[in-house]
Design a protein around this ligand. Structure first.
Ligand SMILES: Nc1ncnc2c1ncn2[C@@H]1O[C@H](COP(=O)(O)OP(=O)(O)OP(=O)(O)O)[C@@H](O)[C@H]1O
Ligand SMILES: [Mg+2]
Length: 271
């Protein structure tokens, strides 16, 4: 279904529910690629220790939004970010922020698992080593084991740590890159369609993992699966044409959306 251009409710501020600690706060956040507006004055508070799902039709700005949180848009020549995005109140776009350190605090997992062309062990050990998180080989071994355990992969790889990361199945590779993200003590984990290349069993395993990880992290996940958003998230954000149309507790978004566009999208009438 096509919509006439209507004034986007882009400047509506979307707070997190009372009582939740805010981890990431966007205000007046816009992104342009060349002249084209891809994100339009997004304002929202994302809570800590919970899963926030970003949904919406292809091209609505979901990946662009995620990339604002760890400054991956810096790597796109034509991208221009304006407005504010804060983590624990600290402005991510501030000149004093080192994007390399930021990307350790804000881990990212992509649609296609992207292990380094290194061993399983080295995939996880690399980050802690370059960030100086381990004082000895024993400490590094311990970080690798803990991270792989938290990612639900340790039992499957404990006896093959020195085989290439790419020798694992797709679902195992996805858990490996999650272990790699966890190994540097992140605060926020971004996942851009983390299950779309996986079969239903591997997907279920990642969804369980996401549910466990929210005890310790703020997770922000993009998904095209309404069922997945409903299963794994506590908060849901619906984007359309670069604007954040609606944001709230997942149950409310799915059972009682306030905006017609949200209603149409979640019931499969467009997108
Ligand atoms: N590197 C880029 N250069 C130019 N335009 C871009 C770039 N990346 C994204 N865009 C444009 O910005 C808009 C938002 O794209 P984005 O990738 O954020 O959408 P999305 O919601 O993640 O879509 P999908 O569900 O297909 O992944 C689109 O119009 C897209 O064409
Ligand atoms: Mg995308």
């Amino acid at each position: 279904m096509a919509y006439d251009a209507q004034p986007a409710p882009a400047t509506v501020y979307h707070p997190a529910p009372a009582g939740m600690n805010i981890k990431v706060a966007a205000s007046d956040l816009s992104v342009r690629y060349g002249g084209a507006l891809a994100l339009d004055r997004v304002a929202m508070d994302i809570p800590d220790r919970s899963v926030t799902a970003c949904i919406g039709p292809s091209g609505c700005g979901k990946s662009t939004f995620l990339r604002c949180i760890n400054r991956m848009n810096d790597t796109i020549e034509t991208a221009r970010v304006s407005g504010s995005i804060r983590i624990d109140g600290e402005e991510v776009n501030d000149r004093s922020i080192d994007p390399v350190l930021l990307r350790a605090r804000v881990g990212m997992v992509f649609q296609k698992p992207n292990p380094f062309p290194k061993s399983i062990y080295e995939n996880v050990a690399y980050g802690p080593r370059i960030h100086g998180l381990a004082a000895s080989k024993d400490e590094l071994d311990a970080i690798v084991e803990t991270s792989l355990t938290k990612a639900g992969l340790w039992k499957e790889v404990a006896d093959r740590l020195h085989q290439p990361g790419t020798s694992l199945s797709g679902g195992q590779q996805q858990r490996l890159v999650i272990a790699r993200a966890i190994a540097v003590n992140p605060e926020v984990i971004l996942m851009d369609e983390p299950c779309s290349a996986l079969d239903p069993i591997a997907t279920a395993r990642i969804e369980e993992l996401i549910d466990e990880l929210r005890e310790n992290y703020a997770l922000i996940i993009v998904t095209h699966s309404m069922a997945q958003a409903a299963r794994v998230s506590q908060m849901t954000a619906f984007f359309h044409l670069g604007a954040l149309v609606e944001y709230g507790p997942t149950e409310e978004i799915f059972t009682n959306p306030r905006d017609q566009r949200t209603q149409d999208y979640i019931t499969g009438r467009f997108g």
